[in-house]
Ligand binder design. Structure first.
Ligand code: ADP
Ligand code: ADP
Length: 227
C-alpha cells in the first residue's frame, strides 16, 4: 500500500513562493503526472514528498501517517533525478547493485546478478554493464539511473523528467516500458514533466501546476477532451 496525500503544502525560498497551499492525493498504484512549465514548483513538490525539503506549512501523509515521522527505509521512496547521480568511477553493474548491496538487505550476490540482468535487459543496457558510468552518453546514463531506482522495487517511485535527455525514439520506447513496469509492479509513481505528450500518454491522472498552485487535476480525458 502506498497512498500519498499532500495537505496544504506551502514552501517559500526567500522571496519566491515555490508552492502555495498545494493539496492533492496520489492513490495506491497510480501513475500520477505532475505537469507544468519550468519554475511551476514540480521539483520542489517531489523533494517535499521525498523528505529532502521541509515545507513551511502543511504536510505529507503516507497511508495516512505523517511522512516526516518516518525513517528513510520506512518511506521506501526511489528518486530518479533529472541530473544523473551515478557513481562515475564504478561500473554500470556496480551502480545498479549499489541499492541491493546495502548490508541491511543481505541479498546473495547470485540473486543480485539475476535481478540486474532482468532490469538491464528491459532498459537495453546489458552491453554496458562492465563500463564505467563516466564514459556513457547522456541517454545511457539516464537509463542506468532509472535502472538503479527500479532494481529494488520501491513502494513509491518519484521521477523528475527522467526522459528529457533522451532522443525521440528512445524516449518513446522508454515511455511504454516505464508505464508497463509500473503497471506490472503496481508501485505508486509520481512523474514530473513539462511535456504534454508524456503526460497524456502515461498518466492515470494529471495535476497541472502553475506558479506553485494546482490549476487542474483529473484524468487525461478530463483535462484535454472536455470543451
Ligand atoms: P519546476 O520543477 O517546476 O521547474 P521548481 O520546483 O524547481 O520548479 O522551482 C519552483 C520555484 O522555486 C522557482 O521559482 C525556483 O527558482 C524556486 N526554487 C526552487 N528551489 C529553490 C532553492 N533551493 N532556492 C531558491 N529558490 C528555489
Ligand atoms: P527544474 O529543471 O525541475 O526546474 P532546476 O534545474 O530548476 O529544476 O533545479 C535543480 C535544483 O536546483 C533543485 O534542487 C532546486 O531545488 C534547485 N533550485 C532551483 N531553483 C533555484 C534557485 N533559484 N536557487 C537555488 N536553487 C534552486
Amino acid at each position: 500500500m502506498a497512498n500519498i496525500e499532500l495537505k496544504n503544502i506551502t514552501k517559500r525560498f526567500a522571496k519566491t513562493t515555490a508552492l502555495a497551499d498545494v493539496s492533492f492525493d496520489i492513490r495506491d498504484g497510480e501513475f500520477f503526472v505532475l505537469l507544468g512549465p519550468s519554475g511551476a514548483g514540480k521539483t520542489t513538490t517531489l523533494r517535499v514528498i521525498a523528505g529532502l525539503e521541509q515545507p513551511d506549512s502543511g504536510g505529507v501523509l503516507f497511508d495516512g501517517a505523517p511522512a516526516d515521522a518516518m525513517t528513510t527505509p520506512e518511506r521506501d521512496v526511489a528518486f530518479v533525478f533529472q541530473q544523473y547521480s551515478l557513481y562515475p568511477t564504478m561500473t554500470v553493474f556496480d551502480n545498479l547493485a549499489f541499492p541491493l548491496r546495502a548490508p541491511s538487505r543481505q541479498i546473495p550476490e547470485a540473486s543480485i546478478k539475476e535481478r540486474i540482468g532482468e532490469v538491464a535487459e528491459k532498459l537495453r543496457i546489458t552491453h554496458l554493464l562492465d563500463r564505467k558510468t563516466a564514459r556513457l552518453s547522456g541517454g545511457e546514463m539516464q537509463r542506468v539511473s532509472i535502472g538503479r531506482a527500479i532494481v529494488r522495487d520501491p513502494r513509491i517511485f518519484l521521477m523528475d523528467e527522467p526522459l528529457s535527455n533522451l532522443d525521440f525514439k528512445l524516449r518513446e520506447a522508454l515511455r511504454v516500458e516505464l508505464k508497463h513496469l509500473q503497471k506490472t509492479r503496481a508501485s505508486t509513481t509520481l512523474f514530473v514533466t513539462h511535456d504534454q505528450i508524456e503526460a497524456l500518454t502515461m498518466a492515470d491522472r494529471i495535476a497541472v501546476l502553475n506558479n506553485g498552485k494546482v490549476v487542474q487535476i483529473g484524468t487525461p480525458h478530463d483535462i484535454y477532451d472536455r470543451p
